[in-house]
Design a binder for this molecule. Structure first.
Ligand code: NAP
Length: 488
C-alpha cells in the first residue's frame, strides 16, 4: 500500500505527527492508500513556506503565472481518463461524472489562464485638476483553501486557479475522504512549473489542520467549501481575514402544469440522483403543480427505478461516500416516514455503502425532509396549486444555492427569475450543471455573499487598490474646495 506525503516548500514529506490515515474506495470499501495525518506544526511550516514564496510569486507577471495554469490544463486533458477514474474510485461518482469533474478543472484552468491578460481595474475621473485616479487588482497574500470531497478535482481547481493567477500563495487542506485526488492535482501543477512554496498541501483532520489554518494569523484569506456547520465555525474563529464560504443547500425544481413533462422528469432524475444526490446543487425538493402531480410521479418513479446502481466505474449510480453519510441518509428517510410523508420508492439502504433512489410525495414545507440538506439520493415531491405558492414554498428554507422551473410560459419563467431567492436559477433545465465562466454561489445560509468561478473568482481572490497620481506640483486636497452657498 502506497504512503503519500504532505507538500511543504516544494518537498513531499511525512507529517511531524508520525501518523497516517487510509482513504477508502466507497464502491469496494477497500483502502487505496495511506495519507499523512497532518497537525498544527505542519500547518505552521506550510504557512511559513507560502509566506516566503509570496514575495517573489506576487511579482511574477500574471501572464506568466497564467501560463502555468494552461500547462496544467493540458496535462489534465492528456491524461483525463486516468484522473477521471481516480475521482470515481476515491469519491464514488460514476465514471462519466468523474471525467466531467476533471473536465471542469481543465476548463477552469483555461479560463483563469485568460484572466492573466484581463484582471481589469477601473479608470475614472478625479475631482481635482491634474490628478489621475484608477484601480488595480492586487493579491491578498497567503490563502487557506479548504475543500469537500464531492468534487475532489473541480472544487480545488475553482480555488487554485484564481488564487494563483491573482498572485497569492496557498496552503491547501483537502477533505479527508479524497486526499489522493488532491495530491494528484497538486502534482499536475508541480509538473506544469509551479515554483516551490507557492502551493503547500497538508492532509489531515479538519479539527486540527483546518482549524489551525483558519486561526493562523499569517493566513490572509480562507476560501471554504463545505457544510453550513463548519462554515459557521469558521466565521466565528477566523479573526480579521477575508472569508469565502460556499455551503450547503436545499434546491427546488418547480414543475408547472404547462411544463414539458418528459423533460422535467429527465431534469429531476439528473438533479436528484446524479452523483448519488451528493451535490450542493442537488434537487431534494420537487414542487409540482397539482394538476400534473400524478402523471409526474408515475414517470419519475419509473425513471428512477431504471437507474443502475453499483461500482462507480461501471454503473450510473455509485455509492455514498462513507458509512456516516449512509447513516445520515437513512436517518432522514426514517424521519420522513415518521412525519407521514408518503414513500413512493427506495427508502432502505442497499449493500455496502449503496442507497437506492428514494422519492417521497405529499411532503409539506415544515417537514424535516423539506428543510434540511440530506446529501443523498432522496427527493421530496411537494404539491402546490399555483406559481405564487410554488415560489413561496421554494423560498421557505434557510438556503439559497440553485433553483429551477420547468414551464413553457415566459411569464412564469420571468416571475421565477425575479422571485426565487437563490444564487442560480435555471429555466427548463436541472438545478445542476454550472459553467466555469459564470459566477457560482448562493444566497442566505449558502454563504456569505462571495461567488466563485468566472470573473467573480478574480474578485474573490484579489483586493482592489485605489491609485491617485497628482501631477499638479502642489498639494491638492480633496473635499476642501469651497463650492459656496447653493444657488436658488
Ligand atoms: P465539511 O464536513 O464541512 O468538510 C469540508 C472541509 O472542511 C473538509 O476538508 C473538512 O476536513 C474541513 N473541516 C472540518 N471541520 C473543520 C474546521 N473546524 N475547520 C476547518 N476545516 C474543517 O463538509 P463535507 O461533508 O466535506 O461537504 C459536504 C458539504 O459541502 C455539503 O453541505 C455540500 O452542500 C457542501 N458543498 C457546497 C458547495 C458550494 O459550492 N456551495 C459545493 C460542494 C459541496 P475533514 O474532511 O478532515 O473533516
Amino acid at each position: 500500500m502506497k504512503t503519500y506525503g504532505i507538500l511543504i516548500d516544494g518537498k513531499w514529506q511525512p507529517s511531524s505527527s508520525g501518523k497516517t490515515f487510509d482513504s477508502i474506495n466507497p464502491s469496494s470499501e477497500k483502502s487505496i492508500g495511506k495519507f499523512q495525518q497532518g497537525n498544527e506544526k505542519d500547518v505552521d511550516r506550510a504557512v511559513a513556506a507560502a509566506k516566503k514564496a509570496y514575495e517573489s510569486w506576487r511579482l511574477m507577471p500574471p501572464t506568466e503565472r497564467a501560463d502555468i495554469l494552461l500547462e496544467a490544463a493540458l496535462i489534465l486533458q492528456r491524461d483525463k481518463t486516468h484522473y477521471g477514474e481516480l475521482v470515481s474510485i476515491e469519491m464514488g461518482k460514476q465514471l462519466k461524472e468523474g471525467l466531467s469533474d476533471v473536465q471542469e478543472a481543465i476548463d477552469t484552468f483555461k479560463y483563469f489562464h485568460g484572466e492573466g491578460r484581463r484582471m481589469f481595474g477601473h479608470t475614472t475621473t478625479s475631482e481635482l485638476q491634474n490628478k489621475a485616479a484608477y484601480t488595480i487588482r492586487i493579491p491578498i497574500g497567503v490563502c487557506g483553501l479548504i475543500t469537500p470531497w464531492n468534487f475532489p478535482v473541480a472544487i480545488p481547481s475553482w480555488k487554485l486557479g484564481p488564487a494563483l493567477v491573482c498572485g497569492n500563495t496557498v496552503v491547501f487542506k483537502p477533505s479527508s475522504d479524497t486526499p489522493l485526488n488532491a495530491i494528484e492535482l497538486v502534482k499536475v501543477l508541480e509538473k506544469a512549473g509551479i515554483p516551490k512554496g507557492v502551493i503547500n498541501l497538508v492532509t489531515g483532520p479538519g479539527s486540527t489542520v483546518g482549524k489551525r489554518l483558519v486561526e493562523h494569523p499569517d493566513v490572509r484569506m480562507i476560501s471554504f467549501t463545505g457544510s453550513k456547520a463548519t462554515g459557521e465555525w469558521i466565521t466565528k474563529n477566523a479573526g480579521v481575514k477575508k472569508i469565502g464560504l460556499e455551503l450547503g443547500s436545499k434546491n427546488p425544481i418547480i414543475v408547472m402544469d404547462d411544463a414539458n413533462l418528459d423533460l422535467a422528469v429527465e431534469g429531476t432524475v439528473w438533479a436528484a440522483f446524479g452523483t448519488t444526490g451528493q451535490r450542493c446543487t442537488a434537487a431534494s425538493r420537487v414542487i409540482v403543480h397539482k394538476k400534473i402531480q400524478k402523471a409526474f410521479e408515475k414517470k419519475l418513479v419509473a425513471a428512477a427505478q431504471k437507474l443502475k446502481i453499483g461500482n462507480a466505474l461501471t454503473h450510473e449510480i455509485g455509492p455514498l461516500v462513507n458509512k456516516r453519510a449512509q447513516d445520515k441518509v437513512q436517518n432522514y428517510v426514517d424521519i420522513g416516514k415518521k412525519q407521514k410523508a408518503k414513500l413512493l420508492c427506495g427508502g432502505k439502504r442497499g449493500h455496502g455503502l449503496f442507497y437506492p433512489p428514494t422519492i417521497f410525495t405529499e411532503v409539506t414545507p415544515k417537514m424535516t425532509i423539506a428543510q434540511e440538506e440530506i446529501f443523498g439520493p432522496v427527493t421530496a415531491i411537494m404539491p402546490v396549486n399555483n406559481l405564487t405558492e410554488a415560489i413561496k414554498v421554494a423560498n421557505s428554507v434557510d438556503y439559497g444555492l440553485s433553483s429551477s422551473i420547468f414551464t413553457q410560459d415566459i411569464n412564469n419563467a420571468m416571475t421565477a427569475i425575479r422571485d426565487l431567492d437563490f444564487g442560480i436559477t435555471y429555466i427548463n433545465s436541472s438545478t445542476i450543471g454550472s459553467e466555469v465562466h459564470l459566477p457560482f454561489g448562493g444566497t442566505k445560509g449558502t454563504g456569505n455573499g462571495t461567488r466563485e468561478a468566472g470573473w467573480a473568482g478574480v474578485e474573490e481572490f484579489s483586493e482592489n487598490k485605489t491609485v491617485y497620481i497628482d501631477y499638479s506640483g502642489k498639494l491638492q486636497k480633496a473635499q476642501m474646495k469651497d463650492s459656496g452657498p447653493r444657488k436658488k
